[in-house]
Design a protein around this ligand. Structure first.
Ligand code: SF4
Length: 437
């Protein structure tokens, strides 16, 4: 029996694609091992959203090929995911000893590629990308027994000027809602308590009607699945945050009060060059409606600093927006030049040192806001889904409905169940508490 090990870079969608690859290989009789040095097939599932992720992948690939050559063992190395789709055969020019290259829509070909590559010895390449193909039709070896990711759509139609996703993952297509409901029912039957719906732009799910439901209707159906206690979703585009979705947040008890709503920038001028299709006034109005409907909403966002043409006064508008919105947390990045994107051709690229300085300032402004948002939970009683033991201190760890991490002393028997916790302390990354009952 051949052994395999998967190393995953990037987002939850890649994590879930890796679960699908594992499920497929296990079904074919291969067995997963915990470390690359114990594996006969090593798969790197890559991310190309930022240059740094790409550099990290190439350095890991170099390390693994050196390790294999020194060991003298027969080990096949596969590159999957977005870099495989973007670079294809060009990867061989940098690292000729790679055995397989396959894009995100070619995962189903992996077992056949492994067989052929071990018999022919030549590199196997599959980056055609089948647009009708759904990763969800493959078996999944899920890494968690309580929470599960469920892909509801693939690709993206938005073409933000800095982003490679529409070129690599193709145009937007939604899975039929009946298939998704069936998958979630099966997960509930196997004891899963929480599902996170995945897609590049989940709130435009069902656009065009072919999936059978729009996103709020899909949430209504999933809310009726017995056994599932919590429903989350990522990522949402502000332009598609409808009144109907806000109502679903308010009315559906299983839809958790947490939303990641990437604003990206505080300046209308920059948002327009990014092709984000909303203004700050429109974004502000949607957040106001969301918070009016669900006052406990935990809101997070993405920020890009140093986008081409970002003047100091544009950047100041981003800082101002952080102060105004008071996000619970942010994910902030320096603009990264990606091949094939429209932003690459824009004038006014910002020097690296300026980008770094602006990124530091963003974190400086946000840090006390995150702490303030965490502090407001002190003294409240929160429901947590207990996920396991915390890495430090041996306490139980779980998340509130707002997706905040809580560490609490308690018996292991609570793992996998909902528990009420009184919050007694708050730090920048997590909350502490005591069990109420
Ligand atoms: S919405 Fe924009 S940033 Fe998100 S995946 Fe689509 S193109 Fe990329």
């Amino acid at each position: 029996m051949k052994s395999f090990h998967i190393i995953t870079f990037g987002c939850q969608m890649n994590e879930h694609d890796s679960e699908r690859m594992s499920g497929l290989l296990e079904q074919e009789g291969l067995c997963a091992v915990d470390t690359p040095d114990a594996a006969e097939v090593i798969i790197l599932n890559t991310c190309s959203i930022r240059e740094k992720a790409e550099q990290k992948f190439y350095s890991e690939l170099g390390r693994l090929t050196r390790m294999r050559d020194l060991s003298g063992k027969k080990v096949a190395i596969a590159v999957a995911g977005c870099i495989a789709q973007q670079e294809g055969r060009k990867i061989l020019a940098r690292v000729p000893s790679v055995d397989m290259i396959l894009g995100p829509s070619d995962i189903a070909r992996l077992p056949g590629m492994i067989k052929r590559s071990s018999s022919t010895g030549g590199p196997e390449i599959a980056t055609e990308g089948d647009s009708d193909y759904h990763v969800s039709s493959l078996p999944a070896a899920r890494s968690d027994r309580i929470k599960a990711w469920v892909s509801i759509m693939y690709g993206c139609d938005n073409f933000c000027t800095y982003c490679v996703v529409p070129y690599l993952r193709g145009r937007e297509r939604s899975r039929p809602s009946a298939d998704i409901v069936q998958e979630v029912r099966e997960l509930a039957g196997r004891g899963y308590r929480e599902v996170t719906l995945l897609g590049q732009n989940v709130n435009s799910y069902g656009k065009g009607g072919a999936a059978g439901d729009c996103f709020p209707d899909l949430l209504r159906k999933l809310n009726d699945v017995s056994g599932i206690e919590r429903i989350r979703f990522v990522t949402s585009h502000p332009k598609d945050l409808s009144d109907d979705l806000i109502q679903a947040f308010r009315d559906l008890p299983k839809v958790c009060e947490s939303m990641h709503l990437p604003v990206q920038h505080g300046s209308d001028k920059v948002l327009m060059t990014m092709n984000r299709k909303y203004t700050i006034a429109e974004y502000r109005d949607k957040v106001r409606k969301l918070r009016d409907a669900v006052p406990d909403m935990v809101l997070t966002t993405d920020i890009i600093v140093g986008f081409p043409g970002e003047h100091e006064e544009d950047f100041e508008q981003t800082l101002h927006l952080l102060g105004e919105m008071r996000y619970d947390n942010i994910f902030a990045f320096k603009y990264s030049q990606r091949p094939g994107t429209a932003a690459l051709k824009l004038a006014g690229h910002i020097p690296e040192a300026v980008k770094e300085d602006r990124l530091d300032k963003v974190f400086e402004v946000q840090k006390p806001i995150t702490l303030e948002r965490n502090n407001r939970h002190k003294g409240t009683v929160q429901e947590i889904l207990v996920e396991g033991k915390s890495k430090r201190g041996g306490k139980l760890t779980g998340r509130t409905r707002g997706n905040k991490i809580v560490n609490v002393a308690g018996p292991d028997s609570l793992v996998g169940s909902l528990a009420k916790v009184r919050i007694t302390s708050a730090g920048p990354n997590s909350l502490g508490g005591e069990l109420c009952e």
